[in-house]
Design a protein around this ligand. Structure first.
Ligand SMILES: *[C@@H]1O[C@H](CO)[C@@H](O)[C@H](O)[C@H]1NC(C)=O
Ligand SMILES: *[C@@H]1O[C@H](CO)[C@@H](O)[C@H](O)[C@H]1NC(C)=O
Ligand SMILES: *[C@@H]1O[C@H](CO)[C@@H](O)[C@H](O)[C@H]1NC(C)=O
Ligand SMILES: *[C@@H]1O[C@H](CO)[C@@H](O)[C@H](O)[C@H]1NC(C)=O
Ligand SMILES: *[C@@H]1O[C@H](CO)[C@@H](O)[C@H](O)[C@H]1NC(C)=O
Ligand SMILES: *[C@@H]1O[C@H](CO)[C@@H](O)[C@H](O)[C@H]1NC(C)=O
Length: 491
């Protein structure tokens, strides 16, 4: 007995020591790991109460519990990523656990709301900074990041107060704006955050109006493909175009894109709407990883899914010819817990991945982002009218803890950590490097959103659970509106 125990114990100790060493080394080498590792254990520790916040999720849970088998069979034989989506429903509320990997130290300190310029005075300042630049933060010539589209970098600038904001009321837009994201419908009582407008450093951003947008997008289709933050941007854009007003003339054309709710699904894989006056179509498709997902054994209800890191989602390759503007994003689903929960197995070149550089989560994400951008770039010659964007990561703001350890974002004073982005480089270095040298543009919203810690759903969720805050998703109207204003200025 004694001798039998000894060997395993020693090997256990050695294994532990080895693992610790590897982790320490890896951590020192790659700061990314420090963002990825902590959350990996948490996916199954979701507070049940927290899940209850989204009624859809509750229903989905119940249904899953009862008939997971049926569901999986269905998804295995259907083309829609039902399985994928079902797990997403479960995990949606815990997306906040994902990590943006944002270095925290790029914002200018100081500046409270009172110090913010009024619109009038800001225009004077505008002229000031528009003069040939030679300020402390270095030359702005030789712009390297792809977001500098019209000769300026819209990611660099500052937040100003503006009474013309918001562009729609959070009480309205009921057809498109999810109640869980409409902070006006929650207990939240401070709304200063709705009054902020982003002003890029070297230009006045073109004022967004629904009429102008639709005119520019006449006979055109804009597609958002990505995770729930992409869905927020989609809802925001629908509300901005309609001004939050009822627009019964707007057609639901989801069917044209196969975006119909499967029989037992909670919601479709996405939504598509058309403004008949200009034949403008806006759509959103849910793809959290921007990978193609295929069942490994379609006849097995409990199949794993091949997550083809080097292949675009089938929806994208199928419908790309119809798109005139494409906005991709991913980011918050890249952790081991979510991959395991979804039963996603990394594939490269059609076979299980064996490349160790890709096998770790940060490596897989980086590889996928590069792959999808490279793929879209390779399609651009075929579709010369297509404007393709990769939207940089949307930052999370958990202070004094993480999403499940009491992390909070309940500051209500806008811009208490600074109001200005001075850096030239994107805070999402991975995304910036992926678009470099391609025709895909970076919609760089990371640093400017990083200044907006007060703009999240925070503790004001519809059924808020003490101690758990959503510091990942944004109140709407809110920060994603700005992403769309920047997008508008680039199409
Ligand atoms: C999946 O979609 C492809 C292309 O749209 C189609 O050829 C195929 O028949 C579909 N398969 C199923 C099972 O619906
Ligand atoms: C802005 O300037 C115009 C003209 O100078 C003035 O009429 C208006 O009241 C000013 N608005 C604010 C908010 O100061
Ligand atoms: C900017 O680029 C030009 C050529 O593209 C080069 O001659 C110049 O030295 C660069 N300036 C800086 C500040 O890098
Ligand atoms: C949009 O399509 C309609 C019908 O085909 C056409 O008459 C119109 O000129 C098009 N508009 C633009 C801006 O392409
Ligand atoms: C696929 O799944 C079915 C049902 O579970 C099983 O009978 C079959 O052997 C599996 N095929 C492979 C290749 O694993
Ligand atoms: C990201 O992926 C690209 C392409 O595969 C590779 O060239 C680059 O070195 C990777 N970056 C990191 C930080 O791993």
């Amino acid at each position: 007995m004694k001798g039998g125990l000894k060997v395993p114990r020693i090997s256990l100790i050695l294994t532990g020591f080895f693992c610790a060493t590897v982790i320490i080394l890896a951590y020192m080498k790659s700061p990314f790991l420090s963002y990825w590792t902590p959350s990996q254990d948490h996916v199954f520790q979701i507070s049940p109460d927290y899940i209850v916040k989204d009624e859809e999720v509750v229903r989905e849970r119940n249904r899953l519990g009862q008939s997971e088998q049926n569901m999986n069979i269905e998804s295995a034989i259907s083309n829609s990523s039902t399985k994928d989506k079902v797990t997403e429903e479960l995990i949606t509320n815990t997306e906040i656990e994902g990590s943006a990997g944002i270095p925290p130290s790029f914002t200018q300190k100081g500046g409270d709301l009172k110090a913010l310029e009024e619109k009038n005075s800001s225009r004077e300042q505008e002229n000031e900074v528009a003069a040939p630049v030679n300020s402390a933060d270095g030359p702005i010539a030789n712009l390297t990041s792809a977001s500098k589209d019209h000769g300026y970098n819209s990611a660099k600038g500052r937040w100003v107060t503006d009474d013309s904001q918001p562009l729609y009321s959070g009480f309205g837009c009921k057809r498109w704006l999810s109640a869980m994201w409409a902070c006006r419908l929650t207990q939240r009582m401070d709304f200063e955050y709705e009054k902020l407008r982003w002003r890029p450093r070297n230009c006045e951003m073109e004022e967004f109006t629904g009429v102008k947008f639709l005119k520019r997008m006449e006979n055109k289709t804009l597609a958002f493909i990505g995770d729930s933050l992409g869905r927020q941007q989609f809802q925001s854009l629908m509300c901005m175009i309609t001004g939050g007003k009822d627009r019964p003339d707007v057609l639901d054309v989801g069917r044209e894109y196969g975006l119909v709710k499967a029989r037992h699904a909670v919601r479709p894989d996405g939504w598509a709407y058309r403004f008949p006056s200009t034949q403008t179509t806006i759509l959103y498709y849910w793809s959290a990883s921007l990978c193609n997902l295929t069942p490994i054994n379609a006849s097995n209800p409990a199949t794993d899914y091949a997550m083809h890191l080097d292949r675009p989602p089938a929806f994208l390759s199928r419908f790309l010819p119809r798109f005139d503007v494409l906005v991709l994003n991913t980011g918050h689903h890249w952790n081991r817990g979510k991959l395991n929960a979804n039963r996603w197995v990394m594939y490269v070149g059609g076979v299980p991945n064996t490349n160790r550089k890709i096998a770790d989560i940060a490596g897989a994400k980086n590889f996928t982002v590069h792959s999808i951008i490279k793929w879209v770039d390779s399609q651009l010659p075929k579709y010369p009218g297509l404007k393709a964007f990769y939207r940089s990561i949307s930052p999370r703001h958990f202070f004094n803890g993480d999403w499940n350890t009491g992390g909070t974002c309940d500051n209500t004073t806008p811009l208490s950590g600074g109001k200005e982005v001075l850096q030239d480089e994107s805070s999402d270095a991975g995304a910036a490097s992926a678009v470099k040298g391609t025709g895909v543009k970076l919609l760089d919203i990371t640093a400017l959103s990083e200044l907006r810690d007060e703009g999240h759903i925070s503790r004001y969720s519809i059924k808020s659970t003490p101690g758990v805050q959503d510091c990942l998703h944004w109140c709407l109207p809110g920060v994603p509106d700005t992403w769309n204003e920047i997008l508008f200025s680039q199409i």
